[in-house]
Design a binder for this molecule. Structure first.
Ligand SMILES: O=C(O)[C@H](O)COP(=O)(O)O
Length: 315
């Protein structure tokens, strides 16, 4: 079987597929249209998030048997069309969940301890101690929305901080030693910190909007390492201005445009973005929560293992 790789990944991915008997072909640069023109020749496709695999694209992939999405989010693949065409889709949240959990913790620690601003102040000769008095995680209530791979990984790294971790998930009865499942209202009425760990779906798109924010009893901190489109940025900015949201650590932005086609460029950004880049209680990172040296390998290995399990004896 011939596999086309659309994004560069850890070499263990191509090596692992080769060992399973697949023939690897790399094309990291051709346009979507150019890939569409040749996709009918391939039985396997490896993609991160370079462009969406929509119905038009998939309908041309007449021989495709599998898609390996080297990452967690599957919103760039039209899964219902893939299913109808008998294409199996593998993602690999097991490969970058730990990275995301640690990054979420990093954002929270930085926000609470003002690391991002204190560092810049000291670099510029300012030695401000009282202004940089921090907060501790101990004793706080952290609320996670979404308790899959990423939410669980964040709860795991929060062990040892003596904080309470609550989570809300549409799936019921999830038992886990690191956190307590609650309904959304209970979460909104109790947390000091809200961290998002949901995929982008109809339910989660624009989930954090003015109405949602108003239901929180306390002023709270927001961490988003999930999807930018789950937060309405102008409502977030209003809440930051009013103090309802005390600060935000954002690895993902609503303005990553399609996220998958033309990564955001400054000239296309709406005005709210300027507020986020200047506010001292906001930390922005460029969608790197899942990008560690280690996750690069683990993502590759996860995809190889899933492909191997699926095709054992078939290749
Ligand atoms: O879904 C994921 O795993 C992360 O958002 C990273 O996705 P990427 O392939 O765009 O880096």
């Amino acid at each position: 079987m011939k596999v086309l790789h659309l994004d560069q990944n850890h070499p263990a991915l191509a090596e692992g597929l080769a060992q399973l008997g697949f023939e690897n072909h790399m094309d990291y640069n051709s346009s979507k249209t150019a890939i569409e023109a040749k996709i009918q020749d391939y039985q396997g496709l490896i993609i991160r998030s370079r462009f969406p695999l929509d119905a038009t694209f998939l309908q041309k992939a007449t021989q495709l048997k599998f898609i390996g999405r080297v990452g967690a989010g599957l919103e760039n693949i039209d899964l219902s069309v893939a299913k109808k065409m008998g294409i199996t889709c593998f993602n690999a949240p097991e490969g970058n969940r730990n990275a995301v959990g640690e990054h979420a913790l990093g954002l929270l620690l930085s926000l609470f301890n003002k690391l991002h601003t204190a560092h810049v102040e000291v670099q510029s000769g300012l030695w401000q101690r009282e202004a940089n008095r921090g907060l501790e995680i101990e004793g706080k209530t952290i609320g996670l929305i979404g308790y899959g791979n990423m939410g669980k990984a964040f709860a795991k790294v929060l062990r040892g901080f003596d904080c309470e971790v609550l989570f809300y998930d549409i799936k019921e009865n999830i038992a886990d030693e690191n956190a307590t499942q609650v309904d959304l209202q209970t979460l909104q009425e109790n947390v000091d910190v809200l961290s998002l760990h949901t995929p982008l779906t109809e339910l989660t798109e624009k989930m954090v909007n003015a109405e949602f924010i108003s239901r929180f009893k306390k002023n709270f901190w927001l961490i988003n390492t999930a999807r930018g489109k789950s937060v309405v940025t102008k409502d977030l900015v209003e809440a930051l201005k009013s103090g309802k949201i005390l600060g935000a650590g954002l690895d993902v932005l609503e303005f990553e445009k399609s996220s998958f086609e033309d990564f955001f460029t400054q000239k296309n950004l709406p005005a709210e973005f300027n507020y986020l880049t200047k506010a001292k209680n906001v930390i922005l990172t460029p969608h790197i929560a899942g990008w560690t040296q280690e996750s690069n390998y683990k993502l590759a290995k996860t995809i190889v293992d899933k492909v191997a399990a699926h095709f054992s004896n078939e290749v």
